[in-house]
Design a binder for this molecule. Structure first.
Ligand SMILES: Nc1ncnc2c1ncn2[C@@H]1O[C@H](COP(=O)(O)OP(=O)(O)O)[C@@H](O)[C@H]1O
Ligand SMILES: Nc1ccn([C@@H]2O[C@H](COP(=O)(O)OP(=O)(O)O)[C@@H](O)[C@H]2O)c(=O)n1
Length: 228
């Protein structure tokens, strides 16, 4: 079939703004399909943390790209622990502050290029579910199924506050909403790989859907494309 990557493992991409449920749904879909999972945002977060730990100004594109190209990461799938250059960054990786730093380094073309092949290397049999901002537009433009997962900014901020509180942190709704909106704005307006649905993406608005309902909506699309 024209445009079908027959020689490559199939890919399901889930892109969208912060707190839309991409990570949750990508992991659920990966386990339903028995496929691998790529959390591309974690790579941008790790690149930002690595730059900060080396005292590199996040605005210096080429310097950040250099650390991004040489990330020394260990991920323990059983415990979920993440080590960066031997340091345990599991908790700091998920903070809103790190998300903001990730979005700053993600605006640099040099950094995006440095991470491109590393992301594509996750595409191995039997398949890949990839979560991010540009999975369907830039990294895997020939993906078999592309989902653009959205929700209102208020709902996404509510989810993030609940998530931060559950993990023992403190979170103020107005502050989180402002952070989420600032990050969306930067991600949508950057020149390279902005947050935008691929022309062939299916948009799923999760504002009024629980996780089960979103999973069912994505499963239906996956079934329709013969991914099961
Ligand atoms: N449809 C949904 N309804 C309610 N809560 C959700 C839904 N989808 C995800 N969540 C919760 O919202 C939080 C953020 O989800 P996450 O998957 O981390 O989003 P993203 O990866 O898009 O930033 C998590 O605590 C998750 O359990
Ligand atoms: N494919 C990707 C994934 C993340 N990112 C950047 O990395 C930041 C953190 O991504 P994330 O997916 O971990 O963030 P959340 O959606 O989990 O809040 C985003 O705000 C983007 O700026 C990107 O530019 N491209």
């Amino acid at each position: 079939m024209a445009g079908h990557a027959k020689d490559k493992a199939p890919v399901l991409t889930i892109d969208g703004p912060s707190g839309a449920g991409k990570g949750t749904l990508s992991q659920l879909m990966a386990s339903r399909l028995g496929w691998h999972f790529l959390d591309s945002g974690a790579l941008y977060r790790l690149a930002a943390l690595s730059a900060l730990s080396h005292g590199i100004d996040l605005d210096r594109a080429e310097d950040v790209a250099l650390v991004a190209a040489h990330l020394d990461i260990h991920f323990d799938p059983d415990s979920g622990q993440v080590l960066l250059e031997g340091d345990d960054v599991t908790r700091v990786l998920r903070t809103e502050e790190t998300g903001g730093a990730a979005s700053r380094v993600a605006a640099h073309t040099e950094v995006r290029q440095a991470l491109l092949e590393r992301q594509r290397a996750f595409r191995v049999a039997p398949g890949l579910v990839a979560d991010g901002r540009d999975m369907g537009t830039v990294v895997f433009p020939d993906a078999e199924l592309k989902i653009f997962l959205t929700a209102s900014a208020e709902e996404r901020a509510r989810r993030r506050v609940a998530q931060l509180r559950e993990s023992g942190g403190e979170a103020d709704f107005e502050a989180v909403l402002a952070d989420v909106q600032a990050r969306d704005e930067r991600d949508r307006n950057r020149k390279d790989s902005p947050l935008i649905p691929a022309t062939d993406a299916i948009t799923v608005d999760s504002t009024h859907l629980n996780v089960e309902a979103v999973l069912e909506a994505i499963m239906e699309q996956a079934r329709a494309r013969g991914l099961f």
